[in-house]
Write a protein that binds this ligand. Structure first.
Ligand code: OTD
Ligand code: ZN
Ligand code: ZN
Length: 339
């Protein structure tokens, strides 16, 4: 049995680092494991201008080690100017732009109300090779919350890819068999990120012995058959699937509330969480591709040169990390990041 693995240093292709005191509390966990991270722009107010992104990047760098590189994203709204997108991209501030359907998730109220509004932006992004990151859920209240990802594929994503056949699209945090199949069968310019929590949890976790706010995130965890499909995609070796934690911390009081916030804080032990899954699936030899190669290749960025090592060792996850409740709190994982 393998007792240690050394892989190229991974990147996190989807993370929420927040701002202010929360940024200072959480960003070091990401920077400790990952060389780079795609930083989501759903601050309040959202990151919609090049200047705001530059300033946010500076604040992140003040809280992290020099070796860490935050990769910034633009928050698309109905009013986004394609020239601003292109300027931020050419000045190497923005790596990607994020499509939040208005109301789909935390701080998405300023998101896009109708996909036709951002056609000029998508045309420009396609032309300049700027990646589109997508929160893939419809917001139609008439659609069951467990179906919103699958319906998004039919109503929005498939037509979008047909209209913009060269646009690079990352279907973020896929949670369903339908999404996995759509990405697998789709063109080479379509890829997806997978979170640790959607590899570990199905929707029963939300109701295990009572209401479990720390298992609540968006897109919400689905049935077991979907979790298994997402696991097969992660460990299957396809270059279309890569690591994106979607770590989304909220204060404990905001989670443990009559209207608890969506989001799982998985940053502290993200690599251990993923490694445990790859081990369970007998696929440790494919962990490096998923964690360290596929994302960089898709984004057209160089692969990292240094390495990290994980040891097979019991890791007891504490109930509290930096005043927050981490994913796997109180559980024991089978791997530990060395150093
Ligand atoms: N999901 N929470 C958040 C974002 C994500 O959809 C997401 O990317 C958040 O709090 O920012 C969540 O549950
Ligand atoms: Zn999202
Ligand atoms: Zn997210």
């Amino acid at each position: 049995m393998v007792s240690t693995i050394t892989i190229r240093r991974p990147d996190d292709w989807h993370v929420h680092l927040r701002d202010g005191a929360m940024l200072a509390a959480v960003a070091p966990f990401t920077a400790r494991q990952f060389a780079r991270a795609i930083v989501m722009p759903n601050l309040d107010p959202p990151v919609t201008t090049v200047t705001a992104a530059q300033q946010y990047r500076t604040r992140i760098l003040e809280t992290t080690a020099d070796s860490f590189q935050p990769l910034m994203t633009a928050y698309l709204t109905d009013a986004t100017d394609p020239d601003e997108l292109e300027r931020g991209h050419s000045e190497e501030v923005w790596v990607a732009a994020k499509l939040y359907p208005a109301g789909a998730t935390t701080n998405s109220a300023s998101g896009v109300t109708d996909i036709t509004r951002i056609r000029p932006c998508l045309e420009r992004m396609q032309r300049i090779g700027m990646v589109l990151c997508v929160h893939g859920e419809v917001t139609d209240a008439a659609v069951d919350i467990f179906d919103r990802e699958a319906v998004f594929i039919e109503r929005i994503l498939a037509p979008l890819l047909a209209d913009f056949p060269e646009l690079k699209v990352v279907f973020e945090h896929v949670t369903t068999r339908q999404a996995v199949d759509f990405v697998t069968d789709g063109p080479a310019n379509l890829a997806a990120t997978i979170t640790p929590h959607h590899l570990h949890l199905n929707r029963n976790a939300l109701f295990a012995g009572g209401l479990r706010p720390h298992a609540y995130c968006l897109p919400v965890a689905k049935r077991e058959e979907h979790r298994l499909a997402v696991r097969r995609a992660a460990v299957g070796g396809s270059a279309k699937f890569f690591l994106g934690t979607d770590s989304a911390p909220h204060p404990r009081s905001a989670k443990e509330s009559a209207c608890g916030c969506a989001g799982i804080f998985n940053a502290p032990f993200a690599l251990e969480s993923y490694a445990t899954v790859f081990d369970e699936e007998g696929a440790l030899d494919r962990f490096e591709g998923f964690a360290s190669d596929h994302g960089a290749d898709f984004y057209g960025l160089p692969r990292n040169r240094d390495t990290i090592t994980l040891d097979r060792a019991a890791l007891a996850v504490p109930e509290d990390v930096a005043g927050l409740v981490p994913f796997h709190a109180g559980q024991t994982l089978g791997w530990r990041l060395a150093g």
